[in-house]
Design a protein around this ligand. Structure first.
Ligand code: FAD
Length: 413
């Protein structure tokens, strides 16, 4: 009788906590060595070691580095149990639930955390979430729901927990205000806290583009500096690269940072993000909507040097002049999900950075974690920044204003 050839290596679950229960490993296994079964909400994935050929197809397919090939004699059994219906039991077909409850009702922030979807069944386009081919693609793992801040109605507000409040500006970078976002990223790179930062740059028409910043010199780019008043795909890009990423920082609006924290809670692999910087944010716009507004006002977006929102005014600085109007004029162009948002400062971040509270050309900096404090101390010790006083009353006022605005919207819905 011919003896079966067994590979020296076998698939094993080295990071079972990262498993979301998408079962893509089971589907791709060419020898049917992997199988899965449900018992209530508990999904069990089992490997029949005799059938495993050590081909690594499951390892390559797994989006979250759950599996690796290991020497056959080093492991005994492969059995993973995942509660795929945590944190709450929901109907079958999760795409449908998130689409109906969040996206169709305009609650969606557009943060894009749900694009974590293992078979890429959830798509981000200009701040709008779409579910093409969901009937075919949905694996019912519920990860989209678990990381959705609006499905669970997570509403954060206020200043949040802060270790220290600072006002400062960078001496070496030019930014929207004090360039403190650029300075935080630069120092995190210099200190080796991170090797890459996901930041929002733009094209010539101000369309936000997420870029990978690996060197301090990149931060001198005019396009990386400054605020883009459009929802940016920071989390979709994070989801795309997380499997192979090193130590990351992300910069985003408060909803992006909350989305990150939910991803980290559900999938420890996302703890590769060592630094989360939030911008203060009253509201944001869909790119296409903002462009419509500029067109109505006959503004050539390629000539714009800087956008700003200050003291209730939307200000467009161009090569040949300045356009100003009350921010209210842009109300109908704001993303609908923003009108329900109560988080002005980004309470889930390591450090929040905004404009209000400090004089022109400086940034208000709310340090929330030890890592952010270490980075700030480093920039002081290097003489990279110049400090100023902060007026927190105005920040508190805007926190309250955002909550009031959201409550009013809820009442009228
Ligand atoms: C949509 C939006 C609304 C804001 N609303 C307020 C407000 O009401 N009050 C207030 O005080 N401050 C607000 N800010 C923050 C403010 O505009 C500055 O971003 C902040 O003061 C930091 O300035 P800085 O000079 O340190 O930034 P810089 O050092 O110039 O850093 C800019 C970095 O911010 C990131 N970024 C820019 N645009 C986006 C975007 N759309 N999405 C994600 N990341 C982005 C990029 O990574 C970019 O490199 C808002 C910012 C945005 C993007």
């Amino acid at each position: 009788m011919m003896q079966k050839l067994m590979s020296k290596y076998i698939a094993h679950h080295v990071n079972p906590d990262n498993c979301v229960g998408c079962r893509m490993c089971v589907e791709v296994c060419p020898s049917n060595a992997l199988s899965s079964k449900f018992n209530g909400s508990i999904l069990t994935i089992i490997l029949n070691s005799e059938l495993c050929m050590g081909c690594g197809a499951c390892v390559d397919t797994c989006p979250f580095n759950v599996l690796e090939l290991v020497p056959r004699d080093e492991v005994e059994t492969f059995r993973m149990e995942i509660d795929v219906l945590r944190p709450e039991k929901v109907e079958k077909r999760k795409y449908y639930m998130i689409a109906r409850k969040v996206v169709d009702t305009s609650y969606c922030t557009g943060c894009g955390a749900c694009t974590v979807c293992p078979p890429n069944g959830i798509i981000w386009k200009d701040g709008v979430i779409d579910f093409p081919d969901w009937v075919k693609l949905c694996r019912d793992c519920a990860i989209c729901i678990k990381v959705c801040q609006r499905y669970k109605s997570i509403f954060k507000s206020g200043i949040g927990e802060v270790i220290e409040v600072k006002g400062a500006k960078s001496k070496r970078f030019k930014g929207q205000d004090g360039a403190m976002v650029l300075e935080f990223v630069a120092c995190a790179l210099e200190m080796g806290v991170i090797d890459t930062a996901l930041m929002v740059s733009r094209d010539e028409k101000w369309k936000p583009i997420v870029v990978h910043v690996k060197h301090v010199d990149q931060l001198k780019s005019e396009r990386i500096a400054g605020s883009k008043y459009s929802i940016a795909p920071v989390l979709p890009e994070l989801n795309r690269i997380i499997k192979k990423a090193g130590k990351l920082a992300i910069v985003g609006t408060p909803c992006i940072v909350t989305g990150l924290r939910l991803l980290q809670k559900e999938i420890p692999l996302y703890n590769k993000v060592k630094l989360a910087i939030s911008l203060f944010c009253m509201e944001n716009f869909r790119y296409s909507s903002l462009m419509e507004f500029l067109e109505e006002k006959n503004i050539d977006v390629t000539k714009v040097k800087k956008f700003n929102i200050k003291k209730g005014k939307f200000i467009v600085e161009m090569e040949d002049g300045v356009f100003e109007c009350p921010i209210k004029e842009l109300d109908e162009h704001a993303s609908s999900g923003c009108s329900y948002c109560t988080d002005f400062t980004g309470v889930d971040s390591d450090v929040s950075i905004g404009s209000v509270g400090t004089p022109d050309g400086y940034s208000t900096v709310l340090i929330r974690s030890k890592i952010a404090k270490d980075i700030y101390n480093y920039m002081i010790s290097k003489g990279y920044i110049e400090e100023c006083d902060v007026n927190m009353k105005v920040v508190e006022k805007l926190c309250k204003f955002k909550v009031k605005k959201a409550l009013k919207k809820e009442e009228n819905t």
